[in-house]
Design a protein around this ligand. Structure first.
Ligand SMILES: Nc1ncnc2c1ncn2[C@@H]1O[C@H](COP(=O)(O)OP(=O)(O)OP(=O)(O)O)[C@@H](O)[C@H]1O
Ligand SMILES: [Mg+2]
Length: 590
């Protein structure tokens, strides 16, 4: 009881919030949860049995030499302990089952949530922070909380039973024992406060370590090519130094707690021993009372001495839950509006109307863009690097939302169209196309999971991948490494083009889709892309102007503004104009 009150007062708010958050995950399994907790009660209470038996044993066997108890009491002790052991196993099993169930379900929900978040979230979050939430937080949170709840319940009942044994044997000695207990718990609040800061910092440091590891994978060639090993090592050393310092700090803050408790409790034990001789001599208690009391007191005190470690675990779990729910609490900025429409096709045009966009407040990357692209036309964007071309086309599938103005499809704001139907009409090919670990076939069919074999074969042919794939021993089923590392840059792009082909979307967005190709393959892929462009609305970005000359309209974007627009022939007439300058810069020696 005493223990429950003290711990409750110290940690109630965080505790309750943490359990309240976990509860929806435990609810479907409430029966098992209840069973695990119910079993924890006798497991705790049975601790008192041994202590209880020591009184009759001491008084009857050791002093009265009553033979009937010699075997009965040890046998009863073993019997009860076996029962306790079996119950302990059952409750530990249920506990582990429940913990894993909850942590895997949290993991599932976290991943689901992650997929709803827009590119802006991934732009500003490092992979380490996210990976940590998945790999450790979910598990730490649920397992520690459940284990501790079970242990807590079990210890509360064990404490109640043991304190009952104490009072049964001697209320005078009990007062000393309980007072020592209260003193031992006094510094807990202080320790918890100190610890919180350290735990929070160490989470950040751990996440940095994970990010550094991830970057070693993605950037291994840059690291090797620029001899960055020493630089990376230094960076990692710094992270490890921080980790070490924080661990030491944690020890400094918490490890004095156990020895201190040990000392305080020993003073209690000493007081009990000293006082007991007086009580025994004056006949207030029997020798058996004393032995039984001492045993109960030791059983009560022992687990308490390790409370420092439990507190660290619980604190970590509570913070882990806070971090997990921080992700759950993120509201996806780009979602379907209530009553959003589905569009079955795009009939007239795609229009940018006074579009202003900024990634960071007050730093507009696109300024008052007005442009109408009728269906079936190809519009090409050219212009200075960093001018805003990629940003502009990213607004069509709503990877980002505009701050002012609107992107309209057949007059409907893209914000009023369901994301699913909006994106179902679009295929995108980027410069650094992401390929997933798996086979070439899998990567192509990601464009359309229902694609028939014939469509896949056509896509492969149209993307000019047929020869390459024919030369592979496993053909389409060849496994490519993580991020497609076993393919050349051009091959990756062609897989991405094939992926866009099977999508068979009416809008195609090509952002530097041919930039990784040499002139010869570019000509070949250009033909493929020409196929892809047929009867579709195409937004194409290319630095090489040769690839965009046939576009219906070429739009020159510099510093976030449309500075010129028209067909290749029209734009070239404007001698000294932005396109004219770009064109001659590229073709001056041809
Ligand atoms: N995710 C992002 N977060 C913040 N700023 C960004 C982001 N992406 C691009 N920017 C900034 O927006 C501006 C426009 O970038 P954008 O990628 O649209 O240019 P671009 O015309 O496609 O250039 P390039 O021809 O080099 O591909 C740049 O100044 C860039 O630094
Ligand atoms: Mg770009």
């Amino acid at each position: 009881m005493v223990k429950e009150k003290i711990q409750g007062a110290l940690t109630r708010n965080n505790f309750v919030t943490a359990y309240r958050r976990i509860w929806p995950y435990a609810k479907p399994y409430w029966f098992r949860a209840l069973l695990a907790l119910l079993i924890a009660i006798p497991v705790g209470a049975l601790d008192a049995v041994i202590a209880m038996f020591l009184k009759p044993y001491t008084d009857k066997v050791l002093f009265d030499l009553n033979a009937t108890y010699i075997y009965k009491i040890p046998l009863a002790v073993v019997g009860f302990t076996v029962v306790q052991g079996i119950l302990l196993y059952a409750s530990a099993y249920l506990n582990a089952w429940l913990g894993s169930k909850i942590s895997t379900n949290i993991g599932r929900d976290l991943y689901k949530k992650l997929l709803t978040l827009e590119p802006a979230y991934f732009d500003k979050t490092t992979s380490g922070h996210v990976v940590q939430r998945f790999c450790t937080d979910a598990f730490t949170a649920s397992n520690t909380l459940i284990t501790n709840l079970r242990m807590f319940i079990s210890k509360v009942f064990s404490s109640i039973a043991l304190i009952a044994v104490l009072f049964y044997n001697s209320w005078q000695l009990s007062l000393i024992a309980v007072a020592a207990l209260l003193f031992a718990f006094a510094p807990l609040r202080y320790v918890r406060r100190k610890m919180k800061g350290v735990v929070t910092k160490s989470v950040v440091v751990n996440a940095n370590a994970v990010t550094a590891n991830n970057e070693t994978f993605s950037g291994n060639k840059i690291i090797a090519g620029y001899n960055l090993q020493d630089y990376q090592n230094k960076k990692y050393d710094g992270i490890m130094d921080n980790t070490f310092n924080l661990s030491v700090k944690m020890v400094q803050y918490t490890n004095w707690l156990s020895p201190l408790m040990h000392i305080v409790l020993s003073v209690g034990i000493a007081g009990v021993i000293a006082y007991s001789s007086y009580l025994i001599m004056h006949g207030y208690i029997t020798r058996g009372n004393f032995v039984s009391f001492l045993a109960a007191m030791f059983l009560l005190y022992t687990p308490i001495k390790t409370v420092g470690n439990n507190i660290i675990d619980i604190e970590k779990a509570i913070l882990a839950i806070e971090r997990i729910f921080e992700i759950f609490g993120l509201s996806a900025g780009i979602t379907d509006k209530a009553g959003a429409k589905t569009i079955s096709s795009i009939k007239k045009n795609i229009k940018f109307e006074g579009v202003t966009f900024e990634y960071a407040p007050d730093k507009p990357v696109l300024k008052d863009i007005n442009l109408t692209v009728p269906v079936g036309q190809t519009v090409a964007f050219v212009g200075n690097s960093g001018g805003g071309k990629s940003t502009l086309v990213n607004l069509i599938p709503r990877f980002y939302d505009v701050q002012r103005g609107a992107v309209l499809i057949d007059g409907v704001n893209v914000k009023d169209i369901t994301l699913k139907s909006l994106r179902s009409h679009m295929a995108v090919v980027f410069q650094d196309n992401f390929l997933f670990s798996g086979t070439i076939r899998e990567n192509i069919t990601l464009g359309n999971l229902d694609a028939a074999e014939e469509e896949i074969v056509n896509a492969v042919r149209n993307a000019h991948l047929a020869d390459f794939i024919a030369g592979l021993p496993d053909g389409l089923d060849t496994v490519i490494g993580e991020r497609g590392t076993t393919l050349s840059g051009g091959q990756k792009q062609r897989v991405a083009i094939a992926r866009a082909f099977v999508r068979n979307a009416s809008v195609v967005i090509l952002d530097e889709a041919t930039s990784a190709l040499d002139n010869k393959s570019e000509a070949v892929v250009q033909k493929a892309i020409d196929n892809l462009m047929k009867n579709r609305t195409v937004f194409v970005i290319a630095h090489r102007l040769s690839t965009v000359q046939n576009a219906d309209k070429i739009v020159v974007i510099n510093e976030g503004r449309i500075v010129e627009a028209g067909s290749h022939a029209e734009l070239l007439k404007n001698a000294g104009g932005p396109y004219h300058i770009l064109y001659h810069a590229q073709f001056k020696d041809k």
